[in-house]
Design a protein around this ligand. Sequence first.
Ligand SMILES: Nc1ncnc2c1ncn2[C@@H]1O[C@H](COP(=O)(O)OP(=O)(O)O)[C@@H](O)[C@H]1O
Ligand SMILES: Nc1ccn([C@H]2C[C@H](O)[C@@H](COP(=O)(O)OP(=O)(O)O)O2)c(=O)n1
Length: 229
Amino acid sequence: MNDKTIQDIPVIAIDGPSASGKGTVAQRVAAKLGFHYLDSGALYRLAALAAMRSGIELKDEHALSEVAAHLNVVFADAEIRLDNENVTDVIRSEECGNAASRVAAYPLVRAALLERQRAFCQIPGLVADGRDMGSVVFPAAILKVFLTATAETRAQRRYKQLMEKGMDANIATLLQDIRERDARDSNRSIAPLQLGAGTHLLDTTSLDINQAVDRVLCLYAEISAKGSI
Ligand SMILES: Nc1ncnc2c1ncn2[C@@H]1O[C@H](COP(=O)(O)OP(=O)(O)O)[C@@H](O)[C@H]1O
Ligand SMILES: Nc1ccn([C@H]2C[C@H](O)[C@@H](COP(=O)(O)OP(=O)(O)O)O2)c(=O)n1
């Protein structure tokens, strides 16, 4: 262990709405830089899945926060395990995404997951994606990006992604879900998705994945060159 404190470890925060490409871009940026990766949305999806499996109502904030605090989760390379079961694809369903968006609106649930997220901040650095990475979880992040695209583009991307996984999907329903989730995630009273001061807006509507990754890497290189790291 070296003597770097958590404040010295570079964090790149990538926040944005559903299906904007956060996970894809964040993972590739992390791989390029040799950094760790945090998929914070997966934690909310896991909390929602665990609650539904235990028969807990999605409006029971206290019970939900207990579930979130005691999640038995392992992130192992490309696999996510809940209670030793591989749930990597199960948590990607729209049902789970919508339930995650609901449970994520509760302050007790967010508090229960906060330290678990911060624990991912390890040397040599971290790329974290979600809704409040730059605003709440890692406010000292040296680079904050708000990744977005039009709702129609995002619905098409999600449709293609679900089809490739062999999952059922309907583009009109996806677009409606995305709009509802955007509204809920952006208008809630705690840690809403917002474009904060000092955050770089990156609209990927007409960018491909490589272009989006390059933009983030360029922003990071600019900051590094200025000696902020
Ligand atoms: N810039 C882009 N251009 C085209 N497709 C993209 C782009 N970024 C991401 N995608 C695709 O969109 C889908 C959703 O991306 P994902 O990373 O899961 O989004 P999020 O984490 O924001 O929900 C994935 O299939 C991904 O490959
Ligand atoms: N840091 C985070 C991450 C996700 N959430 C909530 C809000 C989102 O609608 C759900 C699911 O997040 P996730 O990033 O997995 O969803 P998408 O892949 O963007 O569709 O969890 C949150 O409130 N805060």
